[in-house]
Design a protein around this ligand. Structure first.
Ligand SMILES: [Zn+2]
Length: 272
């Protein structure tokens, strides 16, 4: 059996103590002592800690997590989220403002971030920047520690159709219980006609909204192209519930026909 040094010699690799730290702030320990002067005592105390009595816990609070840890955790949270890479790094400032309604919408998203309610709901036609603003909001919340999943309605419906018109139990459990759920293109149908929604799709929507409504510790972000009238037509009591969850502050419903809300249309016409 070769020793580590033997192996290093065999491959002519020089052992060095100068391997750079990935994070110079915490020297890759992931922890920063709250007070530099405590550093020595803290380490000594830690070495002497009796892990069976929980004394370690008492000592742990003298450290805070290093930024590199927060960053790592945020990144793996974002990788798990399933959010499209095009909007993964978006922030509130990426939502460009040209009209007063956009300023209002962005401000509401910022307010929600500071003090979240159960639901942030944004309706508007395709091209109105819904996905960007909602993604920015979710990114910011995820950065603050919220475990996050992104799902499009289309994905859920595909799953539903592949599984005897029911969502697989594990998949349903995740979207019902995840602390932060972003549901994109809620109740979308190919022709944007709510009459095309199947009873299974409506049942899924009702049950999901119901479960998230009953858990005050989770946040839901929803974007949809449906108008208020269409949402009412699908299920009036579900719509009332959504309204209750978002409160009037975070129920953002644009008018159906306003051309100035379709940014892609304006860009195509050289008006943006
Ligand atoms: Zn660090």
């Amino acid at each position: 059996m070769k020793t580590a040094n033997g192996l290093l010699n065999q491959f002519n690799i020089k052992a060095t103590n100068n391997i750079p730290y990935r994070c110079t702030k915490c020297k890759d320990t992931g922890l920063i002592p709250l007070d530099e002067s405590l550093k020595r005592t803290t380490i000594l105390l830690d070495l002497e800690a009796d892990y069976t009595t929980g004394k370690y816990e008492e000592i742990r609070h003298l450290f805070v997590d290093c930024e590199c840890q927060l960053k790592d955790r945020f990144e793996s949270r974002m990788n798990r989220s399933g959010l499209n890479s095009a909007v993964k790094n978006k922030r509130f400032d990426d939502y460009k403002i040209r009209y007063s309604w956009q300023k209002d919408y962005r401000q509401r998203a910022v307010n929600f971030f500071k003090k979240p309610k159960q639901l942030f709901f944004m309706s508007g036609q395709s091209g109105s920047g819904k996905t960007l603003l909602c993604s920015a909001l979710c990114n910011m919340l995820a950065m603050n520690g919220w475990e996050f999943r992104y799902k499009t309605w289309e994905e859920l419906v595909r799953s539903l159709n592949n599984n005897y018109r029911e969502l697989p139990k594990e998949e349903y459990k995740v979207i019902a219980e995840i602390p932060l759920l972003y549901l994109d293109d809620f109740l979308k149908t190919p022709g944007n006609n709510v009459k095309d929604l199947t009873k299974h799709e409506k049942k899924l929507a009702r049950s999901l909204i119901n479960d998230r409504y009953n858990n005050p510790n989770v946040i839901t972000v929803i974007s949809t192209e449906l108008s208020q009238e269409q949402l009412n037509e699908v299920d009036e009591s579900m719509f009332t519930r959504l309204f209750e969850m978002a409160t009037k502050d975070f129920m953002l419903i644009g008018s159906e026909s306003a051309k100035d809300r379709n940014i892609r249309y304006l860009i195509a016409n050289g008006q943006w």
